[in-house]
Design a protein around this ligand. Structure first.
Ligand SMILES: [Zn+2]
Length: 76
């Protein structure tokens, strides 16, 4: 018997991985984290290449939000 930490589904036939995710949620969480990582890389590239300070700072704020989301997703 398992309980998914993401969807809270439980039962005899609910199998979870080492992160506590059922197969359906594992896919959803993996896609979400991949999107976050891609966005984070985009932010880092703009911060490295933009000549506009305002743009660079805005992308830093966006990167921080992505990192906070990822950190909080790990805690649940
Ligand atoms: Zn689940």
């Amino acid at each position: 018997m398992g309980r998914c930490i993401h969807c809270d589904k439980d039962g005899v036939f609910v199998f979870t991985d080492r992160f506590g995710l059922c197969p359906r949620c594992r896919t959803v969480v993996a896609l979400d984290l991949n999107d976050r990582a891609s966005s984070l890389n985009g932010c880092a590239e703009v911060v490295d290449t933009s000549k506009e300070l305002v743009t660079r700072l805005a992308r830093c704020d966006e990167a921080i939000e992505h990192l906070r989301y990822t950190r909080d997703a790990q805690v649940q």
